[in-house]
Each structure stands twice: as C-alpha cells, then as structure tokens.
Design a protein around this ligand. Structure first.
Ligand SMILES: [Zn+2]
Length: 97
C-alpha cells in the first residue's frame, strides 16, 4: 500500500476525484481494497450528526478512476477477532492487504 496515504498535502492525483456514494469505484465497482493509491484527508475531519469524526478518503482505482468517499461510509470489514462493533475509528484497513 502506498506510503503517502497520510501525507499532509493532497497528492496531485486527488484533484480529479469524484464522490462515490457506495464506497467503491463508480466506474468499475472495485472495492477500496483494490485501489492502487490511497490518500486520507485527516487534516480536516468533519463532525457527523453523531459527534463522530469523518474524513475524505481518496482512492485511485486500477482502472484509472479517482474517487473519494467519507470514512463513515466505509463498510466495516469483519475480522475473526472482532466480537463486537466497537472499533469504528480506524482510518482504513490497510493492514488487511
Ligand atoms: Zn475502477
């Protein structure tokens, strides 16, 4: 996974990102886990209705499409060690790669 995911300044490729409402590539419907580049805009989190923070996550798909979605919209990945739904604040599941 790309080491610039948490860079302070947005990489240039995020400029063309389009908002994906279903947390997958709007062009080919690949999941975020298949993206070739990731950048997470953690510098400007937004407060949700539930007083949780969310931020923009940018993904460059292998098909060439760049898209972004709110972190709060990311579907939770069930892990074998997860008993409950308490873990919601991790920015991404990069360690699943
Ligand atoms: Zn795609």
């Amino acid at each position: 996974m790309n080491i610039d995911a948490f860079a302070a300044t947005p990489p240039e490729w995020t400029n063309t990102g389009i908002h994906a409402y279903e947390f997958c590539c709007p062009s080919c419907h690949s999941s975020s886990l298949e993206a070739v580049q990731v950048w997470i805009n953690r510098r400007s989190p937004v407060m949700t209705e539930n007083y949780r923070r969310k931020w923009q996550e940018f993904y460059q798909c292998h098909c060439g499409c760049v898209w972004w979605a709110w972190s709060s919209d990311r579907p939770k990945v069930k892990r074998p060690s997860d008993d409950d739904s308490s873990e919601t604040d991790s920015p991404a599941n990069f360690d699943d790669q």
